[in-house]
Write a protein that binds this ligand. Structure first.
Ligand code: PEP
Length: 255
């Protein structure tokens, strides 16, 4: 059984004050939820505030990026050990906005994954094709290359702790989600990759999230797919009521 993860990627939204206000609204809404993990990923400056407010709750904290070294002359960067100290369990790595806007490559993503794992953080490794690649039917080849390169030198013991987020670039922030069938096809392929690269047990246990315009009205269908183990949610994670509904996917009484 893979316990689902619903993670909210806040991107560059919510400083410390807004973080407190949001959590004051969200936490009572999700406090009784045990069968799925709720994760929020605020900007760096809000992590410590969030960690304090999350004490005693089951909601977990994620950062949105990290450097690979734990200390050094890297102006503007934040290290994996600092994130751990700040209270993070997870760190998003290789988000398409980092790749497109800030020059991230599969090689730098690989270094960040290795650094995060070494520090004891769980990487949420983001992969996904752009629109041209999908139109050219290169989706699976692109995803395979991203996985192979991002996971270079990652041993099975570490790989089994990873979370993968399949996020087609054309679906992020566009309001156009992949269909449940499109997402399931890629998730199944990713699971097969882990079976070939590592082993069947690891492939069966690894959690693969879908991200890209997940909303209240498509989350149930996506989460009904056998290889979709959760969602990485951007825009719809910024309002507590909307995020709660996504967290409560497929619950009989969810509105
Ligand atoms: C994301 O930022 O990872 C994301 C999936 O964004 P959105 O849900 O807004 O498409």
């Amino acid at each position: 059984m893979r316990r689902p993860i619903i993670a909210g990627n806040w991107k560059m939204h919510k400083g410390p004050d807004e973080t407190i206000a949001f959590l004051d609204e969200l936490l009572p809404r999700v406090s009784n939820i045990e069968d799925r993990e709720v994760v929020i990923a605020p900007p760096f400056v809000s992590l410590i505030t969030a960690a304090r407010r999350l004490r005693g709750s089951r909601v977990k904290l994620s950062a949105q990026n990290c450097h690979w070294e734990n200390r050094g002359a890297f102006t503007g960067e934040v290290s994996p050990s600092m994130l751990l100290e700040a209270g993070c369990t997870y760190v998003i790595i290789g988000h398409s906005e980092r790749r497109q806007l800030f020059g991230e490559t599969n090689q730098s993503v690989n270094r960040r994954v290795l650094g995060a794992l070494a520090a004891g953080l769980i990487p949420i490794l983001c992969i996904g094709e752009n629109l041209e690649e999908r139109k050219a039917k290169h989706t699976l080849a692109v995803v395979e290359r991203q996985l192979r390169k991002s996971l270079e030198d990652v041993e099975a013991d570490d790989a089994e702790t990873l979370v993968v987020a399949y996020e087609p670039v054309w679906a992020i922030g566009t309001g156009i989600s992949a269909s449940a069938e499109q997402a399931q096809e890629v998730h199944f392929f990713i699971r097969q990759f882990f079976e070939k690269q590592y082993n069947k047990t690891l492939a069966n246990s690894i959690k693969i999230l879908y991200g890209g315009s997940v909303k209240e009205d498509n989350v149930d269908e996506l989460m009904a797919q056998p290889d979709i183990d959760g969602t990485l949610v951007g825009g719809a994670s910024l309002k507590a009521a909307e995020f709660e509904r996504i967290v409560r996917f497929m619950e009989p009484n969810a509105s």
